[in-house]
Write a protein of this length. Structure first.
Length: 394
């Protein structure tokens, strides 16, 4: 069984609001094992909504629309679903009574335009809405099922939990769960990771996918199984294979950031960090401060040189003078009038040091994040391999 979510609202297309409803619906469909194949967004236009519903019915078993069930003229989801499924709209007296009672409980008189919300496609299964004025409905057709939910997040979540998920589970005999786990990597490009685990990405259950970011790549493992325990087992088996291939390139899981991991490693060892930068700000210090670490910042910046030996000596002096246990030195140099340049990153501690050269300078937000991630990774790896006991160790 597979599904498509259709989010309805011109405000979504204009970028005025973020579509968090579709994300929530997708997350909930995973809990009942219903595979989501498509997510579509369409504006408040009757013909276009009817068109995307018609297309969805050709390619999935379950279509879930979200939004456009209000009382105003531009709320045309009811009409669009009726057109796509070849049914007239009819007034449901019970829904009308429930809407009237909702307003009565609030001590208000129902407006005539709210009457529109009691119309649903002929033969549809009504879904009463006890937490709002927009009833939902289910249309069962030979081509598939269309479920229309209101766009108000509180109402959508209530109806999804109390009516839609139980309906789908019973209607289609769904007895599975879909679970995912994210492994976070840093310092290795997407193409190189693909080269190492590409064969694992051909598996069908669990599946393995990649999502690239600046200086980082997420590895997503997704399993479908009759129970959470079985899904966890499938994920654990695949995770072991991925970790065997990638090793310490994996720095964390889930929502962990590389700066959080670095700060934890430093604190575990009782180490102080110094950060010295020359050239454009990489944003690294701000990221560290957001997770509770304020590094030492030398008054004299590192020399704007491309000689790693000079930068190592600069970092070594910071450590030797007792200013910090780890010195991170970042020098970015621009060339000419364009965005060309390079960056040297050096990390030094009493026992060892690391140096890496990047053939660009952080002159854009993307490159700044890339440089910061690679720099943090140097500190992380230094902490993992320095072999120096913490200052407070017995």
């Amino acid at each position: 069984m597979n599904a498509e979510i259709i989010s309805i609202g011109t405000e979504l297309l204009l970028g005025e609001i973020v579509d968090t409803n579709a994300v929530h619906i997708a997350q909930q469909l995973r809990t009942i094992g219903l595979d989501l194949h498509y997510m579509t967004t369409v504006g408040d236009n009757l013909e276009r909504i009817a068109g995307v519903v018609d297309i969805a019915l050709d390619r999935v078993d379950v279509v879930i629309t979200n939004g456009g069930l209000g009382p105003t003229v531009d709320d045309v989801t009811r009409e669009a679903v009726a057109k796509a499924t070849g049914r007239p709209l009819v007034l449901d007296p019970n829904l009308l009574q429930q809407i009237e009672q909702f307003f009565a409980r609030l001590g208000r008189t129902m407006s005539e335009n709210n009457r529109r919300q009691a119309y649903i496609p002929e033969g549809a299964i009504p879904i009463p809405n006890p937490v709002g004025t927009a009833p939902a409905f289910i249309v069962e057709t030979e081509r598939g099922v269309v479920i229309s939910l209101p766009g108000v997040p509180r109402e959508m979540k209530y109806l999804l939990e109390h009516t839609v998920l139980p309906y789908l589970t019973e209607r289609f005999g769904l007895h599975a769960v879909i679970k995912s786990k994210i492994l976070r990597t840093v310092g290795m490009g997407e193409s190189e990771i693909d080269a190492r685990i590409g064969d694992l990405m051909e598996a069908t259950n669990p599946t393995v996918g990649l999502a690239a970011h600046a200086g980082q790549t997420d590895v997503r493992i997704t399993a479908k199984a009759p129970s959470e325990e079985e899904a966890d087992r499938l994920i654990a088996e695949m995770e072991a294979r991925v970790r065997e291939r990638l090793g310490e390139v994996i720095y964390g899981e889930g929502d962990e950031t590389v700066e959080e991991v670095v700060v934890r490693l430093l604190r575990d060892r009782g180490w102080r960090l110094a950060v010295a930068q020359s050239g454009p700000d990489s944003g690294l210090i701000a990221r560290l401060e957001r997770v509770g670490l304020v590094p030492f910042r030398p008054r004299t910046p590192p020399p704007p040189t491309g000689d790693p030996d000079v930068l190592r000596a600069y970092g070594r002096r910071i450590v030797d003078e007792g200013k910090a246990d780890v010195a991170l030195v970042i020098v970015s140099r621009a060339r000419g009038q364009g965005d060309e340049g390079d960056t040297w990153i050096v990390a030094v501690c009493p026992a060892t040091e690391r140096a890496i050269h990047l053939p660009y300078a952080p002159v854009s937000e993307h490159r700044q994040r890339w440089v910061a991630n690679v720099a943090l990774d140097q500190v992380r790896r230094l902490c993992l391999h320095a072999g120096v006991p913490a200052r407070n160790a017995s």
